[in-house]
Design a protein around this ligand. Structure first.
Ligand code: PEP
Length: 280
């Protein structure tokens, strides 16, 4: 499996122009060989998504152009082999449209060119109290619109220190296992990524040891394959202060299929250096 290298831009950058410049840097001709060796994705702010999709479409010669083909272009962007697009959040209330001020649905995200969505990120859990029921609805809405899901799990520092990592993650994964259909197609199984992100490692510069990450990833894989025999090769990526200097150690760790990168994904050279570490 080609490694996944996913950039979560969070509430960055400040302007669409900067977001577009970042895409242009990533898609420079001399980066394309690297991009083709991994599965790279960017997850911009929802308000930047459509423009970012258009930028990718304009830079990617294999895609159709022109106003009349907007939908085709967007669908193609969603599955762009060089640079995939994801969204940071979707409404729990409706997968389509409705009177839900401030929300953005799975269908709207898809229409803007996203093929994936983050669900369960610790910042959503922490600042918006997103817990089991809400996450379950988001997951169902994403799946009903055929969006791939990057489902984030991870323990707090206190839970880590008291040795509760696996218990916490097992509970968090119940959202996923309880929402997936019993008859899971291979296509659907391929569209589920679990991101192990210790809360205490996000944006702090602190990271678990490679052995700890490996042990946790292998345990997550066991849990998922045990849940459903159709999940034969679950994708589990690591997130939390991954940077150009430490990426190689995670890239070599057993059970690590890629990285979810926050801060270091906002500079093309740093993000590409992480990708390089994973394709070696
Ligand atoms: C994240 O928010 O998913 C993340 C991993 O952030 P950072 O890389 O900045 O720790």
């Amino acid at each position: 499996m080609k490694p996944w290298v996913i950039g979560n831009w969070k509430q960055n950058p400040k302007s669409i122009k900067v977001a577009q410049a970042l895409i242009s840097d990533l898609l420079r001709t001399d980066n394309r060989s690297l991009l083709s060796q991994c599965q790279m994705m960017v997850i911009p702010s929802t308000v930047h998504l459509a423009k970012v999709a258009d930028t990718i479409a304009n830079l990617e010669p294999n895609l159709s152009h022109g106003d009349s083909a907007t939908l085709i272009v967007k669908a193609a962007v969603a599955d762009n082999p060089l640079l995939r697009l994801g969204g940071q959040d979707i409404s729990a209330l409706s997968a389509q449209v409705g009177a839900y001020t401030g929300d953005c649905s799975a269908a709207q995200l898809k229409d803007c060119g996203a093929a994936w969505v983050l669900i369960g990120h610790s910042e959503r859990r922490q600042y918006y109290n997103e817990e089991e029921k809400v996450l379950q609805k988001k997951l169902q809405n994403a799946l009903s619109e055929q969006l791939g899901v990057i489902f984030c799990v991870g323990e707090t520092e206190t839970q880590y220190e008291s040795g509760d990592t696996l218990a916490v993650i097992t509970k968090q994964l119940e959202v996923l296992t309880s929402s997936l259909p019993n008859e899971l197609s291979q296509d659907l199984a391929n569209r589920i990524i679990v991101a192990y992100e210790p809360v205490w490692a996000i944006g702090t510069g602190k990271v678990p040891t490679v052995e700890e990450v490996s042990t946790t990833h292998l345990a997550i894989k066991d849990l998922l394959t045990g849940f459903n025999s159709q999940i034969t090769d679950p994708i589990v990526i690591y997130g939390g202060s991954v940077n150009a200097d430490n990426a190689a150690q995670f890239a070599q760790a057993k059970g690590v299929d890629g990285a979810l990168v926050g801060g270091a994904s906002l500079k093309a050279d740093k993000f590409l250096a992480i990708a390089q570490a994973f394709v070696k």
